[in-house]
Ligand binder design. Structure first.
Ligand code: GRF
Length: 204
């Protein structure tokens, strides 16, 4: 049996609007030959707007609010259980604003991808658009990478670049970048699941 004999079961983790999640789900649903299928959407926020889209698309969801420190452990244990039940092969973090513990990453033991709105290794962490502007950068972008237990680190699988137009603010930059994030994540996930080893670079 080759690794392509069955579609890989994909779980997507979100915290908010989930536009990257929608792009990934639509791509998997619309492309017959896609090597992955959306099986589960997980959120640390029961009010995440993206959950509605997942439910409308008949994709199972698991949401659990993290309100106090102890909830972190409960969230991760329950999530690991669901991932196992659904036989998930890969996790895509997409606007997921919680840091997964080393224990979770080890226990899952399969690939976890993440999209980060900067050209890593620059601007790890939050407020990336503001920080790129403040630094006087002429280019900005997003990165899809495989995660490790260090935040916003791990092998880079693809990057998309945009120019920073004069006088733009953080909101405008975010809005300009987002559609490119969607295209990048879709391409990276396809290549990653095909195990092609191909990396994606898009200069817009
Ligand atoms: C995106 O810029 C993503 O890269 C970041 O959070 C933003 C929200 O994205 N991590 P989404 O609409 O929830 O996918």
């Amino acid at each position: 049996m080759t690794s392509f004999d069955r579609k890989k079961n994909v779980a997507i983790f979100i915290s908010g609007k989930g536009s990257n999640m929608m792009a990934l789900i639509n791509d998997m649903k619309n492309e017959k030959e896609h090597p992955g299928q959306p099986k589960l959407v997980v959120s640390n926020n029961t009010k995440a707007a993206g959950l509605v889209f997942a439910e409308k698309n008949s994709i199972e969801t698991f949401a659990f609010n993290i309100e106090k420190i102890e909830d972190n452990l409960i969230f991760e244990e329950k999530t690991l259980q669901v991932l196992k039940e659904k036989n998930i092969d890969i996790i895509c973090l997409a606007g997921f604003m919680k840091i997964l513990s080393e224990k979770f990453i080890k226990s899952f033991s399969k690939p976890i991808l993440n999209i980060h709105p900067s050209l890593l290794p620059s601007f790890k962490g939050l407020n990336t658009h503001q920080r790129a502007l403040k630094a006087g950068c002429l280019i900005h972008g997003a990165t899809v990478h495989q995660i490790t237990n260090k935040v916003d680190e791990g092998p880079i699988l693809g990057q998309t670049l945009i120019d920073i137009t004069k006088n733009s603010d953080a909101k405008q930059l975010e809005a300009k970048l987002l559609p490119h994030e969607h295209l990048l994540y879709k391409k990276v996930l396809r290549e990653f699941l095909k195990e092609s080893g191909k990396k994606i670079l898009t200069i817009n």
